[in-house]
Design a protein around this ligand. Structure first.
Ligand SMILES: Cc1cc2nc3c(=O)[nH]c(=O)nc-3n(C[C@H](O)[C@H](O)[C@H](O)COP(=O)(O)O)c2cc1C
Length: 220
């Protein structure tokens, strides 16, 4: 299985990146082929909103990396979408990218609602990885809902795995810090040390879940 991971953080070695790497390790160990793209390293222009794609069947913007990127996307069996939560949502880079996928389906406006017709047949499996600072997952829920909607309008019969939502994170390398390192991080951030063990266990569980999700993706 070919798995493409899209990472929408500015911080290489940030928490989203680390969880993505662990998931990709799971894919690799399960015999899958992996590719990781940092969205900050590719040139994707924002959608112009011209909606010419509804007539043309492709995006009218040609002078950026979208078409090359779209081919990779189409050839992959599974996609990991990984982003920090910024103001309850995915980061701007990921939003810019997903908007451009409007060019991969036709929309007809009917009195009953919008009718979507897919231009490409691309049944795929998706894993969302979201990291955030809040101790609860609530801030990530608008992003999850929006990504689900995007997947369902972009891909025919998608499979969406249980998302990895990693809370209580701020500093890079926090999620995979040793207990000693985590104690230093908590002290620096003035977080009470009586929750150190609980958070360390939480992070370890999230890393395990990411790895296990990667193993599942390898077999899809
Ligand atoms: C601009 C900005 C907005 C953020 N908004 C939220 C938010 O709405 N809720 C939240 O819990 N954390 C928020 N955070 C914290 C990040 O989601 C969190 O630190 C995340 O782990 C960073 O991911 P990274 O380590 O992969 O860069 C925000 C951080 C930044 C820089």
């Amino acid at each position: 299985m070919k798995v493409l991971a899209l990472v929408a953080t500015q911080r290489k070695s940030g928490n989203s990146d680390i969880l993505t790497d662990i998931a990709l390790q799971g894919v690799k160990d399960g015999g899958g082929i992996i590719e990781k793209i940092y969205l900050k390293d590719i040139f994707i222009k924002p959608c112009k909103g011209c909606l010419r794609c509804n007539i043309l069947g492709y995006c009218s913007i040609k002078d950026d990396d979208f078409n090359k990127f779209k081919d990779k996307f189409l050839k992959s069996d599974a996609i990991i979408l990984s982003s920090p939560v910024y103001y309850h949502y995915i980061t701007g880079q990921m939003k810019v990218l997903i908007d451009r996928f409007r060019s991969t389906f036709y929309v007809k406006i009917t009195p009953e609602g919008l009718e979507h017709t897919f231009i490409y047949e691309k049944g795929k499996t998706f894993l969302f990885i979201l990291t955030l600072g809040h101790p609860e997952i609530t801030d990530a829920l608008p992003a999850i809902e929006s990504l689900k909607l995007w997947v369902k309008t972009t891909c025919k019969n998608p499979v969406i795995l249980k998302p990895i939502i990693a809370t209580f994170l701020a500093l890079p390398n926090q999620i995979n810090a040793s207990k000693e390192k985590l104690e230093k991080i908590f002290t620096k951030m003035k977080i009470p040390l009586d929750i150190l063990d609980e958070k360390y266990d939480l992070y370890q569980n999230l890393l395990d879940n990411a790895y296990r999700s990667g193993r599942i993706l390898a077999n899809k």
